[in-house]
Design a binder for this molecule. Structure first.
Ligand SMILES: [Zn+2]
Length: 295
C-alpha cells in the first residue's frame, strides 16, 4: 500500500510497505533568491518564485520521521532544520522564528525526542544540522539525547575544518554537544545506516553531501538534501550559488532522478514549500515531477 494519508491535524504520512515516513516541519527561512538560483537570471526564476523587497525567497526546512510499525527500538529522523540558536540579527537576516523548529514540531505530534534512536543529516550546514542541539537551563545539549547521528565522514571533516565558501555556515555549537555524548557515526561512501535505510553519496553541494534512501516493501523514498532544494531546481543548470561543485551536483542530480524514475520512487525536497514530496518520471532528455503530498 502506498500513498499519503492526511487529516486536518496530521501532517502527510507515506506508507512505503512495512515502513512509514512522516513529513515534519523543521522551521523556515529566507535566503537571497539570486544565490538560491546561481546562474539563472532573475527574470526566469522570479516568474514562479517571487522574492520579497530584500530579494529573499521563502524556504521550508523539511524533515522526515521514519518508523517501522511493530518495531519499537528503531525510530529515525532525517535532517534537523535550522534549530533555535539565533540572535536577533540572524533572526532578521534569515527570517527565522527560533520558536518554530524540529523539537516543538515533534512534540506537537506527540513524538518524544528521547525516543529517537538515529538521526541522519544530509550535510552539516546550519539550516540542516542546527536542530541537532538546543539550549536547556543555560547549557547546550543534544536535541536527541539517545540518538546516533549519521553523516558522511568527508562532510564531518570538512565541517570541523570550516571547508567551504560561506562564512559561519558550519557552527560548532551544533556539533560539540554531539561530541560530548560520542554520538557521531561517520559513513564512508555508500552504506547501510539502519536496516532499510541507506546512504547514497550525492556530492556537489558539498563534497561530502549524501542523500538518504528509505526502502519499503512496496516503494522507496529518497531524501535528496540540497541536491535539489525545491521543485524549481529540477533543470540541469539550476544550481545554487552555494554549491561548491556545481558540475558534480548536476551529475548527482541526474543520476538520482534517473534512479527514481526507473522504480517509481518518491523524492523529498528539503526546502520546498508547496510539494515537498514528489514522484519523478522521464520526459524528453530530462525528467518531470508530480506532487505526491496528499492533495
Ligand atoms: Zn540548505
Amino acid at each position: 500500500m502506498t500513498g499519503p494519508t492526511r487529516s486536518t491535524t496530521q501532517p502527510p504520512r507515506y506508507d512505503l510497505g512495512g515502513c512509514t515516513v512522516t513529513l515534519v516541519k523543521g522551521g523556515s527561512l529566507k535566503l537571497d533568491g539570486g544565490a538560491m538560483f546561481g546562474l539563472i537570471p532573475k527574470p526566469l526564476w522570479s516568474r514562479t518564485y517571487p522574492a520579497d523587497d530584500q530579494n529573499r525567497i521563502q524556504l521550508a526546512c523539511n524533515c522526515l520521521l521514519v518508523e517501522w510499525p511493530g518495531v519499537s527500538d528503531r525510530r529515525l529522523i532525517i535532517e534537523t532544520g535550522h534549530g533555535p540558536k539565533y540572535g536577533e540579527k540572524e533572526q532578521r537576516i534569515f527570517a527565522i522564528d527560533p520558536a518554530r523548529w524540529l523539537r516543538p514540531a515533534l512534540l506537537g505530534l506527540h513524538v518524544d525526542p528521547a525516543s529517537i534512536t538515529d538521526v541522519v543529516v544530509s550535510h552539516l550546514h546550519f539550516d540542516h544540522a542546527g536542530g541537532l542541539t538546543w539550549e536547556r537551563d543555560g547549557r547546550l545539549v543534544p536535541t536527541f539525547p539517545n540518538a546516533r547521528v549519521h553523516v558522511q565522514r568527508r562532510e564531518f571533516e570538512d565541517a570541523r575544518a570550516g571547508f567551504g565558501i560561506m562564512t559561519a555556515t558550519y557552527r560548532e555549537d551544533s556539533f560539540t554537544p554531539i561530541d560530548e555524548i560520542d554520538a557521531w557515526r561517520l559513513l564512508d561512501g555508500e552504506a547501510e545506516i539502519v536496516s532499510g535505510v541507506r546512504s547514497r553519496p550525492t556530492p556537489g553541494h558539498t563534497r561530502g553531501h549524501h542523500s538518504i534512501v528509505i526502502a519499503g516493501r512496496d516503494r522507496s523514498l529518497v531524501f535528496g538534501g540540497d541536491l535539489m532544494p525545491t521543485r524549481h531546481h529540477l533543470g540541469g543548470p539550476y544550481n545554487m550559488a552555494y554549491d561548491l561543485f556545481p558540475l558534480d551536483n548536476r551529475k548527482s542530480k541526474k543520476e538520482l532522478l534517473a534512479w527514481l524514475a526507473a522504480r517509481d520512487g518518491l523524492l523529498a525536497l528539503d526546502h520546498e514549500l508547496e510539494t515537498p514530496i514528489v514522484s519523478v518520471r522521464p520526459k524528453d532528455d530530462w525528467f518531470e515531477l508530480f506532487p505526491s503530498h496528499g492533495l
